[in-house]
Design a protein around this ligand. Sequence first.
Ligand code: SF4
Ligand code: SF4
Length: 349
Amino acid sequence: MTTTYTVFQEQLPELFRQWSRECALYVPARAAEGFYDFRPWHEHLEVAWEYDVAYNSPKRYLLPPRETLIRYDLAAYTAEPVFEAPAQILFGVHPYDLKALNQLDQIMEGGSPDQNYMRRREATLIMALDPLTVSPTAFWGSIGADKVNHGYDLYWTKIGPASFLVQVGSARGEELLRRAGEPMKATAADREAARRAKLRALSLTRANALKYNWEETPRILGRSWDSPIWRKYAVMCLACGSCNLVCPTCYCFDIREEADDRLEKGERFRAWDGCMLESFARVAGNHNFRPKALDRYRHRYFRKGKYIYDKLGELGCVGCGRCVRACTAGIANPLAVFNELWEESGNEY
Ligand code: SF4
Ligand code: SF4
């Protein structure tokens, strides 16, 4: 059976203090009115236990928006690979975001493993936290992203006004928990309280639900290539790429180089890219294989609902709802589009 402990809120400041001495510690905090984000922990920062969703997904700590890969010096004929992998703890990651990180692990480890990503991942400890509130645009409960059973070092569930059930996911996590003394073994009643807390969180997501079993999404998409729904929404798309940038499961990047003004020293870096940007599919000879908004718009949904499923057996969308909030045109909602496609298919699934 998994090891579980009961930890009290009063123990947390000392734990955070100890951890932050050893590595960077990021926790959810209030960023602006109604918005939350991960922030470096410090003594006076209030942890937002009840945050609904972090504005930016935690993927940026493993795949930064810009990351140097090589530094070169032409005069000295040198080119050195750069691996930056600071030790870090991501505390308070909600299950849907953890699911997205687990997906990112599979993508980055597959084929020829991405060394920069792998080193950052190895240097990162993840502490999951069950949500207490749910963003009005989230739908993770109806697409199987409410449960995740691996990828974390510790998993925290609030079971009382000042107590947590902590599930151990790794020896490294358990060792960190001991920094403030020997933790108390959880009782059967505490485990039952955690089970109820998870069900309570899940019930809060019922307001936004898929109208069919999420596993049918690839089949629904498979029959929707020529649907008029794509054009109906694509004409409103501003090709801003915001839906890609906020998405925890988007991982595309572009590789570029920057040299100094004498063209002697420089660096090769990667930077996030997005399939909704017009330039994304432009290749040599100025050929663009997805030149129209309709192509790009449809592609994003196929990516989320079919291509990733065909590869990994799960949707490439975890239902965080960030894209819904980020899209100024109000057309980036996978839940709404998948439901509409299902209705168009005659509710066959
Ligand atoms: S597609 Fe939207 S709802 Fe789905 S994981 Fe990405 S940002 Fe979240
Ligand atoms: S769907 Fe919305 S967020 Fe995405 S590129 Fe188009 S306008 Fe921007």
